[in-house]
Design a protein around this ligand. Structure first.
Ligand code: 3EB
Length: 304
């Protein structure tokens, strides 16, 4: 998957690689490219909304999101990887308005319709995710670009007691709630893997500290800590902490990088394993979003 976002903390671009074990099988199905081992499947899909026309009360982006998610669910049914662990959603011009609705909210309509069409839960049992916007970087509007990890063992879905579940956000944030959980905890081989969703300065359902990037960083990290507490309660052993996470920090304004980075390092205590990317966040008043992942060896005999 290729995402046109500027890396802010170094000149080089960065490539994330997930390793499987044993023989890997790869293929294409419709617009999806995927590769899997016996346990886990990683897939990517990039679909241009220009292939769809506004009609039947659905915007092109909404139809694109619905098509992408329907293709993912159909593939997972066919290949027998029924459990979704994590989605990464990258949406061009996420905060722009068209057809009377912000584009992120159009995306939420299409995503949820696909979950419903496939008989999947839209409350409670939903995957971890992130949703970020990217600008055009001089090119035409980029395609809706999504990656996902799925497997054969059900993950534990985690919510944050400081936040209302996103799938229960009130109507003021759009006609359909976003369909994601705050984290998922997955058993993979000999490891327990924690996927912390994109996390922002939201308490309850409200954005806090709208114009204060340092306070937003602090609030975001308090949310991640609350999610870690939940994860440690559910994990085979309580070993997840801020210092052991791998972070992706999405920064709206490049000029805020130094302050965000200093605050993150202050909170974590050491220089964290973090990559900083310039991105649009799905509410205009959010200045950053942070996602994180960690893996620990499973304590045998405790789960499964
Ligand atoms: C939030 O907490 C911030 O729509 O998939 C974070 C993670 C956010 C995932 C998504 C949105 C999504 O509401 C935004």
């Amino acid at each position: 998957m290729c995402v046109p976002m500027q890396r802010l903390d170094a000149g080089e671009s960065i490539c994330e690689v997930w390793h499987g074990s044993g023989p890997l099988t790869q293929g294409r199905c419709g617009d999806i490219h995927y590769r899997h081992d016996d346990e886990v499947l990683f897939g990517v899909i990039a679909l241009s909304e220009t292939l769809f026309e506004a009609g039947a009360g659905k915007t092109p982006l909404q139809q694109t999101a619905e098509s992408v998610y329907r293709q993912v669910f159909a593939l997972l049914d066919t290949l027998h990887y029924p459990y979704l662990f994590r989605f990464w959603n990258y949406i061009a011009d996420i905060n722009a308005h068209s057809f009377g609705l912000e584009r992120y909210r159009q995306f939420n309509l299409g995503r949820q319709d696909a979950f419903l069409a496939h008989g999947r839960d839209v409350v409670g049992n939903v995957p971890a995710a992130c949703a970020l916007g990217f600008g055009q970087m001089g090119l035409a509007r980029g395609p809706l670009t999504i990656a996902f990890l799925a497997g054969r063992v059900a993950p534990l879905n985690i919510e944050n007691p400081r936040q209302i579940s996103a799938y229960q956000y009130p109507q003021q944030y759009g006609p359909r709630s976003p369909t994601f959980s705050r984290a998922s905890l997955v058993r993979l081989g000999q490891d327990e893997v924690l996927f912390v969703s994109g996390t922002a300065s939201i308490v309850g359902h409200a954005t806090l500290h709208p114009a204060d990037v340092v306070a937003q960083t602090r609030e975001t990290m308090a949310n991640i800590e609350a999610v870690l507490d939940e994860a440690n309660y559910l994990a085979s052993k309580p070993g997840f902490d801020l210092a052991s996470l791998h972070y992706k920090v999405y920064v709206r304004h490049p000029a805020d990088l130094a302050q965000i980075r200093a605050e993150l390092e202050r909170i974590v205590g050491i220089a964290p394993n973090a990559v900083y990317l310039q991105a649009e966040v799905c509410r205009q008043d959010l200045l950053l979003e942070i996602e994180a992942t960690a893996a620990h060896p499973l304590l045998s005999g405790q789960r499964g």
